[in-house]
Design a protein around this ligand. Structure first.
Ligand SMILES: Nc1ncnc2c1ncn2[C@@H]1O[C@H](COP(=O)(O)OP(=O)(O)OP(=O)(O)O)[C@@H](O)[C@H]1O
Length: 629
C-alpha cells in the first residue's frame, strides 16, 4: 500500500501493553535504549551492504555506511541516523507497529506475570531482554522516524508516535536512503543529551559495532560543540584472525577486558581464541588472569561478557563457563544470538561455548602458553566444585612442593620450592602421603620448607593462596594419596631417633604461654611439625581455619572468628631459653614480653600482625638488651 496521506494506526495490542510497561514501570537501566537504536541502525547498514552486493539498482549503492548521533540541547532532541537499508511505508507500519521478536514477547509475559501476582516488574528484565525500538519510550515522550528505503522507487516516509497507543504514518522528507530517529526527550531524561553520557553509553555497549558511530553536539544557543567525532572503535579485536595477532596485541586487549588497567606483572597467563561455526556460530576470546580476580568468590563477580554481533547483551554472563573456570575473563560473541536474549535461549546457546572452552585440555594448553609464569590458585579453585568438575580440574591444578621430583620416597634434595606442576604430574606414584601447607594471605614457605615433614622425606605441597584451604578440604585424596595439612590438627608424624624429643621438655614455657596468652589462643602445646621456626599457629582439626574464615568473609558470609592453637618448637633455642627462665624465675617480668614475641612471630609467619606497634616495642626491648658494648 502506498499513499501520500497521513494515516493514523493503532498499535497491536501487545505493543500497547509493552509501551505501557516501558513508560510506566521500568525506570532503571534506561540507557539501553541507545544500544537498541544503534544496533537497529547497524543491522540496517549490514542489510544495505548485503543487498548492494547483488542488487545494482539499490538506491545510493555506494553510500558511506555510518551512524550519526546528534544531541541538540536547544530542541531537547536526540537523533540517531543511519545510511542503512531504510523502510518503506508498509515496512515502517509493520515493523514499528508490532512486536517482531519472540524474546520481547517473553519479556512481556514475564513482566505481566509479575504484575498479575502483585509484584512490580523486575526492572532488571529490561536490560536482560531489551525491548528493541520501543525502549526509546523510556526516555522520549514523542518519537519521529523518517526513512527512505533503498528499494527502487520507494518514497520517504514519516512515522510518529507519543507512545499513547497510536502512531501515524505519512510522507516524509529525506533524499538519501536510511533512517532518522528523533527522540523528543522527556524532561527527566535530558541527561541523555550530555556529550559524556552519550559517549560513555556508546563505548560501553556499542564500542565494537563495525560501523563508525559519529557524534554531533549542538548547544542550546545553536552552536555546534562537536561535529562528527567517531566515538566507537568500530573494529572488534576478537574478529581478527589469530594468526595476525601477537601476544602484545592480546595483552593490550586484555586491558579492555579488565576495565582498562592492568598492573605490570598481572598480564594474562595465557589466552584462548576460539572460532566456531556449528552448532552455533561464535567467537570466544578467553584469558587466564595473571592474578586471581578480586571478586573471584563473590556471587556477583564479573564473568564473561556476552556479545551479539559485536554489541554487549550481558556485561557478565556466568552461564558461559562452568563454575570451576570462574576465574576466566574475556568474551563470547555470537552472530546467532538476538539482542533480547532470554535466559532459556542462553541456556541453549551457551552449551557450545561452554564445552568448547572448558575442557581441562584446553585449560592446560592455555596456561602452557606461558610456561614461565606460575599457574595460579584460580585453577585450583576448580577442585572445590561439583564432583564432575573436580574430576576435570584436579589433574590440571598446580602447586609447588619441597621436592623437585614427583615422588617423595627420598628426603628432598632441595628445600626451595620446586617448579609449578600439575597435580597429575606431581603425585603419580608417591609412596608417602603428601602433606600440604595451607596458608593464609602469603605463603608459609619458610614454615613448610623447614618443617619436620619435609625433613622426614614427605613431599610438602605449598598451598600458599587463600583458596588452597578450601581446595584441601575438598581434595582429601588424589590417586590414593592422602593429603594431610601441616598446619591443622595434631600432626601424627612418627618421630625419628634423631629428632625424638621429650614432650615435657618445655613444660614450663608451655604453661607460662597458656597463662599469659589466654585471651589470644585457645591452647599452647609442643609442636611435632616445626624444625627451625620457634612457633606457629595451627587450627583445630576439622575446625574452621583463619584462612577459611577470610575466604568466607570475602564471599560475604557471616562467620565468627575462632581462636587457634600456639605450637612451640622444643628444639628452638629461644623457646628453650624461655622455658629455662620460666622454670628458674617464674615471676620474671621479661617472660611476658618473650611469650608475646613467640605469639608475634607465629602470627607474622602467616602474614598477620595484629599489633604491629606492640611487636616493635617488644622486639626493640629484646634487641637493646642483647647489645653489649
Ligand atoms: N534504523 C532502522 N533501519 C531500518 N529498519 C529498522 C530500523 N530500526 C528498526 N527497524 C526495523 O524495525 C524492526 C523492529 O525493531 P525492534 O528494535 O523493535 O526489533 P528488532 O531490532 O527486530 O529486535 P530487537 O528486539 O532485538 O531490537 C526491525 O526488525 C527492523 O526491521
Amino acid at each position: 500500500m502506498t499513499t501520500s496521506r497521513e494515516e493514523k494506526h493503532e498499535f497491536k495490542a501487545e505493543v500497547s501493553a509493552l509501551l505501557r510497561l516501558v513508560t510506566n514501570s521500568l525506570y532503571t537501566n534506561r540507557e539501553i535504549f541507545l544500544r537498541e537504536l544503534v544496533s537497529n541502525a547497524s543491522d540496517a547498514l549490514d542489510k544495505a551492504r548485503f543487498q548492494g552486493l547483488t542488487d545494482t539498482k539499490l538506491r545510493d549503492r555506494h553510500e558511506k555506511p555510518q551512524i550519526k548521533v546528534t544531541a541538540d540541547h536547544g530542541r531537547g532532541v536526540l537523533t540517531i541516523e543511519d545510511t542503512g537499508v531504510g523502510m518503506t511505508r508498509d515496512e515502517i507500519a509493520l515493523n514499528l507497529g508490532t512486536i517482531a521478536h519472540s524474546g520481547t514477547l517473553k519479556f512481556m509475559e514475564q513482566a505481566r506475570a509479575q504484575q498479575e501476582s502483585g509484584q512490580k516488574p523486575d526492572v532488571n528484565l529490561i536490560g536482560q531482554f531489551g525491548v528493541g525500538f520501543y525502549s526509546a519510550f523510556m526516555v522520549a515522550d514523542r518519537i519521529d522516524v523518517t526513512s527512505l528505503s533503498a528499494a527502487e522507487g520507494a518514497e520517504p516516509v514519516h512515522w510518529s508516535s507519543t507512545g499513547d497507543g497510536t502512531f501515524s504514518v505519512g510522507p516524509g522528507e529525506r533524499t538519501t536512503r536510511g533512517t532518522t530517529i528523533e527522540l523528543h526527550l522527556k524532561a527527566e531524561a535530558k541527561e541523555f543529551l550530555d556529550r559524556w553520557k552519550i559517549e560513555g553509553i556508546i563505548k560501553r555497549y556499542s564500542n565494537y559495532v563495525v560501523h563508525p558511530i559519529l557524534l554531533k553536539v549542538v548547544d542550546d544557543k545553536g552552536n555546534t560543540e562537536v561535529d562528527g567525532k567517531q566515538v566507537n572503535d568500530a573494529t572488534a579485536f576478537w574478529m581478527r584472525p589469530a594468526r595476525e595477532l601477537t601476544d602484545a596485541d592480546y595483552n593490550e586487549f586484555y586491558k579492555h577486558v579488565m576495565g582498562g588497567f592492568v598492573l605490570p606483572g598481572d598480564e594474562p597467563l595465557g589466552h584462548l581464541h576460539l572460532h566456531a561455526d556449528a552448532p552455533i556460530q561464535f567467537v570466544a576470546l578467553l584469558y587466564i588472569p595473571g592474578k586471581p580476580p578480586a571478586d573471584l568468590f563473590q556471587e556477583d563477580r564479573k564473568a564473561l561478557q556476552l556479545y551479539a554481533r559485536r554489541v554487549v547483551v550481558m556485561e557478565s554472563c556466568d552461564k558461559l563457563l562452568p563454575g570451576y573456570l570462574r576465574f576466566v575473563r574475556g568474551l563470547v560473541d555470537s552472530e546467532d544470538l538476538p539482542l533480547n536474549v532470554s535466559r532459556e535461549m542462553l541456556q541453549e546457546h551457551s552449551r557450545s561455548p561452554r564445552s568448547a572452552a572448558s575442557s581441562p585440555a584446553r585449560c592446560s594448553s592455555c596456561s602452557r602458553a606461558s610456561p614461565r609464569t606460575s599457574p595460579r590458585p584460580t585453577r585450583r579453585s576448580g577442585t572445590t566444585t561439583a564432583p564432575s568438575s573436580r574430576r576435570a580440574s584436579t589433574p590440571t591444578a598446580r602447586t609447588t612442593t619441597t621436592s623437585s621430583s614427583c615422588c617423595a620416597t627420598a628426603p628432598p634434595r632441595t628445600t626451595r620450592p620446586s617448579r609449578w606442576r600439575s597435580t597429575s604430574r606431581r603425585c603419580p606414584r608417591a609412596s608417602r602421603p603428601s602433606t600440604t601447607s595451607p596458608a593464609s594471605r602469603w605463603p608459609r614457605w619458610p614454615a613448610a620448607r623447614t618443617s619436620r615433614p619435609a625433613a622426614r622425606g614427605y613431599q610438602v605441597l605449598y598451598m600458599a593462596d587463600p583458596i588452597d584451604e578450601w581446595v584441601v578440604q575438598d581434595l582429601s585424596e588424589y590417586k590414593g594419596k592422602k593429603l594431610i595439612s601441616v598446619t591443622q590438627g595434631d600432626l601424627d608424624i612418627p618421630e625419628d631417633d634423631q629428632h625424638k624429643h621429650d614432650a615435657g621438655a618445655i613444660a614450663a614455657a608451655v604453661d607460662k604461654s597458656k597463662e599469659l596468652l589466654t585471651d589470644k589462643v585457645k591452647d599452647v602445646r609442643v609442636s611435632k611439625r616445626l624444625r627451625e621456626s620457634a612457633a606457629c599457629l595451627v587450627d583445630d582439626s576439622g575446625g574452621l581455619s583463619r584462612n577459611m574464615e577470610r575466604i568466607l568473609k570475602m564471599a560475604r558470609q557471616d562467620v565468627p572468628t575462632r581462636q587457634r592453637i600456639l605450637e612451640l618448637n622444643p628444639e628452638h633455642p629461644f623457646v628453650q631459653a624461655v622455658d629455662k627462665l620460666a622454670r628458674e624465675a617464674p615471676g620474671d617480668d621479661r617472660l611476658g614480653t618473650y611469650v608475646e614475641l613467640l605469639y608475634d612471630q607465629a602470627a607474622l609467619a602467616e602474614g598477620q600482625v595484629p599489633d604491629p606497634a606492640g611487636l616493635l616495642k617488644r622486639f626493640n626491648s629484646v634487641l637493646s638488651g642483647t647489645i653489649k658494648i
